[in-house]
Design a protein around this ligand. Structure first.
Ligand SMILES: C[S@@+](CC[C@H](N)C(=O)[O-])C[C@H]1O[C@@H](n2cnc3c(N)ncnc32)[C@H](O)[C@@H]1O
Length: 511
C-alpha cells in the first residue's frame, strides 16, 4: 500500500504487483514496476466517469478506491476530460461516433480528448486503429465548433468559469505541523536548502507575485507558508517526517476558527482523511480529547497513518455513522467544540468545476446532500455541553452552504452565527455575511464555505422571547439566520397588530 497527497487529499493505492521485466533482469533477480498500459488507464478512467454519473461517489473517492497504480495521473486525466465534457459530447454527437464504434460514451470522451485536446492518443491496438479511422471527421467537428464560437484555441471553448480554473494556478500552501516543529525551524531548514523567505505577506497580491524558490508566510492563517504553484513537496523530508502538511489554505480555516483550548473535549464528526483533525490537535497542543468519526473504514485507516505521522496523540477514532452517535452518551458530556465537515458535492475543488451533470440530476443530488448536511448539523447541536461548532464544505452551492445554515438556525433558536474574520476577502451570501466563502479568484484557494455557530446564553434566549428581534446587522453577532428569522418575527408582529386593530374596531362597532 502507498499513500500520496494530492492537494488537500490523501490518495491511497496498492502498488502494481512486481513483475520480472526482461530475461536479463530475471537472471539478475531485478524487479521492475511496469508502467500502466494506457488502455488499462483509459478503461479505469471510463469506469470511474460512469460511476460518477451513476452517483456512486465523488471523483476523488472513486479514484482513491480504484487502487490504481498512478492515482495522481488518473485523477488529472479524469478532471481534464470532465472539464471539456460538453465540447467532447458535442463532437461525439455530431460525428455519430458511438454508433460507428460501439464505444461507451465516457470511454469515447477520453479517447477523443486524447486525440484532439490532450497529448495525442495514448492507447494502442484496436482502439488506436479505430480512432485514427475517424480522426479527420472528429478534427473537422472540433474546427466547426471553434468557428461557430469564434475562437481559435481549445481552451477558449471552456465556459468562463472553467477557463479561469484552467488558468488558475493556486499557490502551494504548506501548514507547519507545530506538534513536531516550529514555523521558525521550518523556515530556517528551507533557507538552508536555498529557498528565499520574503517574510509575512501584507496583502493578497503578495501570495502570487513570486516564483522559483521563494516563499512567504500567509497573512491570515498562522503557521501557514505559501509557495509558488505546483511546488512539489511530496518527496521532501519535512513532508515525509510529518513536519509539514500540504493543505489548501481554505481547508485550514475550520480548525483555526474553532480554535479549541488546550485540554478541551472536541469532536470531529466526519473526519477522514484527517487534515483538519491534525490541525485541531496541533491547536490543542495534543492536550484534551479529540473524538473523530468517519463512516468509511478505508479512509479512517489512512487517517490513522496520517495522524501517527503527524504526532497526534489526543484522538479517539471511531468507524461510526456520526448520526448514530448518542449526544447524551456520558463520554460526550463535556464536548464543547464540534467541527462538522460533511460529505458535499466537492464543487469548490478546482479540478471538479465545470463538470456538472444534467441540471435535473444535479438538483436532486444537491437536495439529498443538503438534507444530509442539515441532519448532521441538527444532530451536532444536540450535544449538551456544546458551545461552538464550525460547519464547512468544499462546495460553492448555496444549497449546501447558506441554505443549510439558515435552515438549521431556524430550527435551533438557541444558536446564533459568529461573525468571522472581518479582514477575509470573501463573505457568505447575504444575509449570512458572518460566514466566509473562498474561491480561486478572490482568496487564491479552492472554493470553500465556513460558518460558526455559537450557543446563546440562557438570559439572552429569555430576553429574545420578550423583546423585539434585533435588526440584521452582520457585525453584531446576533444576526444568524436572522435575515429570514427577523423577517418572520417582524411580519408576526405586524400580523398581531393588524388582528388587534380589527378586534378593537369590532369592539368599537359593538360586534
Ligand atoms: C469532506 S470529507 C471530510 C474531510 C476531513 N474533514 C478532512 O479535513 O480531512 C467527508 C467525510 O465524511 C464521511 N462521512 C460521510 N457520511 C458520514 C456519516 N454519516 N458519519 C460519519 N462520517 C461520514 C466520509 O466518509 C468522508 O470521509
Amino acid at each position: 500500500m502507498f499513500a500520496i497527497k494530492f492537494n488537500d487529499h490523501i490518495l491511497v493505492g496498492v502498488k502494481h504487483e512486481n513483475r520480472f521485466a526482461t530475461d536479463t533482469e530475471r537472471a539478475q533477480g531485478r524487479r521492475l514496476l511496469p508502467p500502466t498500459p494506457p488502455n488499462v488507464n483509459r478503461c479505469v478512467a471510463a469506469e470511474i466517469l460512469d460511476k460518477v454519473e451513476r452517483k456512486e461517489g465523488a471523483v476523488k473517492t472513486l479514484v482513491y478506491d480504484s487502487k490504481f497504480q498512478n492515482i495522481k495521473q488518473l485523477f488529472a486525466l479524469i478532471c481534464e476530460t470532465q472539464k471539456y465534457s460538453a465540447v467532447l459530447q458535442d463532437i461525439i454527437t455530431t460525428t455519430k461516433l458511438l454508433k460507428a464504434t460501439k464505444l461507451r460514451i465516457n470511454l469515447a470522451k477520453l479517447l477523443v480528448y486524447d486525440l484532439l485536446i490532450g497529448q495525442g492518443l495514448k492507447c494502442g491496438g484496436s482502439w488506436k486503429t479505430m480512432m485514427m479511422k475517424h480522426r479527420s471527421r472528429l478534427q473537422a467537428a472540433l474546427a466547426r465548433i471553434k468557428v461557430k464560437k469564434k475562437v481559435s484555441r481549445n481552451q477558449d471553448l471552456l465556459s468562463e468559469s472553467s477557463q479561469q480554473i484552467a488558468g488558475a494556478q493556486l499557490p502551494r500552501y504548506v501548514r507547519v505541523n507545530t506538534l513536531k516543529t516550529t514555523l521558525e525551524d521550518v523556515i530556517d531548514y528551507l533557507k538552508r536548502e536555498g529557498f528565499s523567505y520574503h517574510g509575512r505577506a501584507g496583502r493578497m497580491e503578495d501570495l502570487h507575485n513570486f516564483s522559483g524558490k521563494t516563499f512567504v508566510s500567509d497573512l491570515h492563517i498562522p503557521d501557514l507558508l505559501v509557495f509558488p504553484p505546483k511546488k512539489d513537496f511530496h518527496t521532501h523530508f519535512l513532508y515525509q517526517a510529518g513536519h509539514i502538511i500540504l493543505q489548501d489554505k481554505a481547508s485550514c480555516l475550520p480548525a483555526y476558527l474553532l480554535n479549541p483550548r488546550s485540554g478541551a473535549q472536541v469532536l470531529d464528526a466526519c473526519a477522514a482523511p484527517g487534515n483538519k483533525t491534525s490541525h485541531l490537535a496541533a491547536i490543542m497542543h495534543n492536550k484534551g480529547k479529540l473524538f473523530a468519526f468517519d463512516l468509511d473504514a478505508k479512509r479512517l485507516s489512512t487517517m490513522n497513518t496520517l495522524l501517527l505521522r503527524a504526532g497526534v496523540t489526543c484522538q479517539q477514532l471511531a468507524n461510526q455513522d456520526f448520526l448514530k452517535v448518542n449526544p447524551d452518551g456520558p463520554e460526550y458530556s463535556k464536548v464543547e467544540n464540534i467541527l462538522l465537515d460533511p460529505s458535499c458535492s466537492g464543487s469548490g475543488m478546482v479540478c471538479l468545476q465545470g463538470s456538472c451533470s444534467e441540471p435535473q440530476e444535479e438538483a436532486g443530488r444537491l437536495q439529498a446532500l443538503a438534507a444530509f448536511q442539515l441532519r448532521c448539523l441538527n444532530h451536532a447541536l444536540r450535544f449538551p455541553s456544546l458551545q461552538r461548532l464550525v460547519y464547512s464544505t468544499c462546495s460553492v452551492h448555496t444549497q449546501e452552504n447558506e441554505e443549510v445554515v439558515a435552515a438549521c438556525l431556524q430550527q435551533n433558536k438557541g444558536y446564533r452565527l459568529v461573525p468571522l474574520l472581518p479582514e477575509w476577502p470573501e463573505r457568505g451570501l447575504p444575509p449570512l455575511t458572518q460566514c466566509l466563502r473562498a474561491s480561486p479568484a478572490k482568496t487564491l484557494t479552492h472554493g470553500f464555505f465556513v460558518a460558526m455557530l455559537e450557543r446563546r446564553g440562557p438570559r439572552e434566549q429569555e430576553a429574545d422571547t420578550q423583546t423585539p428581534a434585533p435588526t440584521s446587522d452582520p457585525t453584531s453577532g446576533v444576526t444568524c439566520a436572522d435575515g429570514p428569522q427577523v423577517e418572520a418575527q417582524a411580519s408576526g408582529t405586524t400580523e398581531r397588530k393588524r388582528r388587534n386593530k380589527k378586534k378593537n374596531r369590532a369592539k368599537a362597532e359593538g360586534k
